[in-house]
Design a protein around this ligand. Sequence first.
Ligand code: AMP
Length: 282
Amino acid sequence: MQLAIVNNISELQDTLVEISKQRKRVGFVPTMGALHDGHISLINIAKQYSDVVVASIFVNPKQFGPNEDLAKYPRSLERDLEKLRQAGVGVAYVPTVEDMYPEGFSTTISAGKMGDILCGKFRPGHFDGVATVVIKLLLRVLPHVAVFGEKDYQQLAIIRRVVRDLDMPIEIVSGPTLREANGLAMSSRNLYLLPAEREIASQLCATLQLAAKRLFQGESVSNVLEESKNYLVLKGFKPDYLELRHADSLEAMVNFNAPARLLVAAWLGGTRLIDNILLEPS
Ligand code: AMP
């Protein structure tokens, strides 16, 4: 199927009716654009689960705080559409803000207590904005499968929770984090990094890996987390948090017990980077 580009809910639904008449399974990958290979890897996963992939590009104002980077968030629509075409996507849904939030819109999905921890502590309301737009997109597309990246692990855990809590008949599939050769997790926000910062940024993932090794060796969780944060500061980061959490519930973990997730958010200059790794029993 040639890439169809739709900009509003009625064009989207007309296109989806045609697809459902052909009894095709739909896979969905929501994005905020500025696409990189990490996004494309999710599209490739979606293709394994479906006959037609729908990808959305929407920079969601509701998930940005008043002092965050909404205005400067990278936008490269023509390049993105070409990447979607190359990746074999069937439908690109590129709604406007008015299409997504028409006059009078006033409902918010609360991400609950999972939205108040980790990044939620530093970005109040962020995960309510994420949950609201993702649920709207899922209801508009009604895919069989939707694919999300482990790169945004808290987001993935919250979406799994919300979809389960609201009985939405949609399978949520996750894809692993794609990284640059130096280990830096691919992210649209990496475009903000200066060349020298890109090298330093690779220390974020290296720090997680070293911390994981020390935890498996039996060192105390609090020591490892404290020293790893100090190391990041030494390298020029300003960490928001570095925490060990239960892999599914995201509850705090005082004593290391695999499977667990080690999650970090840290500023490097004007760029906020996040990363996480799974610590699983071998
Ligand atoms: P975004 O455009 O940043 O909102 O991301 C859209 C989707 O791509 C989300 O499910 C992200 O978790 C996922 N994603 C972002 N970066 C990566 C990456 N490096 N590897 C795999 N998936 C990613």
